[in-house]
Design a protein around this ligand. Sequence first.
Ligand code: FES
Length: 162
Amino acid sequence: MKHCEGCNGSKIDDKLEKIGQKYKNNPSSIIEALHEVQDTYGYISTTAQKYLSETVNVPMSEIYGIITFYSRFSLKPKGKYNIQVCMGTACYVKGSEKILNTFKEKLGISEGQTTDDGLFSLESIRCIGACGLAPAIVVNNEVYGRFTPDKVEEIIEKYKNM
Ligand code: FES
């Protein structure tokens, strides 16, 4: 455990330190480093951004630009259950927008947000390759095909009681 000078004294845990050391002074590998942080923590905290900026040697503004450009990267922790609604063409024409809006309404959050209890987060995604099952949603790694807005409540309850 060490301190990061530019992180207001925040502690850097061993996993983050290992990632930083692996890509030390190798700016062209910043995307790989960010992938590792995303996979390890589920998001990329400000502390992690500052630490990578120092160790990998990439300006903070560039790191922030990369994180916000790629939808795979997240600045905030996701919920225990991450709900992704496919908005690819096949799903869209079969009503995925209505599904997304129903999730927003029932969970009281917008895309990119997490419920206050930390249980659910909501995102829209591009085609997941299950067009034959359109419209499709994914909860963590589980795909639900031929989904309809009236199943939204049911799926929320299912995960709440898991
Ligand atoms: S468009 Fe939704 S799975 Fe392909």
